[in-house]
Design a protein. Structure first.
Length: 204
């Protein structure tokens, strides 16, 4: 087994643990996310996917922020799932789209990047989706469903077959996350059910 294959497998396992724990609202999700992101940076630089490598560097810092924020808010019993208005999402989409065009143009003209625009699209919208995830915004899972579908093609194009298979699993997990967090949000809005939780988040 090559070094790259071993690193890819470890990153896959860390990534799966991260998403499953996140859906279940576990603070322990974030250190797994950080570890998987660090391993992924190495692979993407090696495959000349520079926007994707930049994205995973962002994931490392977002993971640290998410870990600290969730730990503090869970300890304070104040870490609910929230919903943003359509106008806020339109603003998020507009900003991410402008960023994707700018980033794709830069990497396409200044580097030897492969597929710079689709790489930049997945990168900028993943920035946005990760921010929404840290803030526990319900709609983050919709962003991830779309992004993961786009990423499957990108990874297969660059022969990152294990990652492509992982992202197929991520699509299913994102649907699960949307359904699970939707249930949690509905029960948050029902005063008579305020004590019920499908998963009681624990600080680890």
């Amino acid at each position: 087994m090559s070094v790259n294959t071993l690193v890819e497998l470890l990153a896959v396992l860390a990534g799966l643990a991260y998403v499953v724990l996140l859906i279940r609202e576990r603070v322990l999700a974030w250190p797994f996310g950080i570890a998987g992101s660090l391993l992924s940076i190495y692979l993407f630089v090696d495959n000349k996917l520079y926007s994707e490598a930049s994205l995973y560097l962002f994931y490392v810092f977002a993971g640290i922020w998410g870990w600290m924020r969730w730990r503090h808010r869970v300890a304070a019993n104040d870490n609910p799932v929230v919903v943003y208005t359509p106008m806020v999402h339109l603003l998020v989409i507009a900003i991410a789209s402008c960023g994707a065009i700018a980033l794709g143009t830069f990497f396409g003209e200044q580097t030897d990047a492969q597929r710079p625009y689709i790489d930049a699209f997945t990168t900028m919208f993943s920035f946005a989706a990760t921010y929404l995830q840290v803030k526990k915004v319900l709609e983050n899972w919709i962003y991830w469903i779309v992004l993961n579908c786009a990423s499957i093609w990108l990874y297969m194009d660059r022969s990152l077959d294990i990652y492509a298979g992982l992202v197929c699993v991520y699509v299913a997990l994102s649907v699960w996350g949307l359904l699970q967090w939707s249930r949690i949000y509905r029960h948050q809005q029902a005063p008579s059910d305020s004590a019920w939780r499908p998963d009681d988040p624990a600080v680890h």
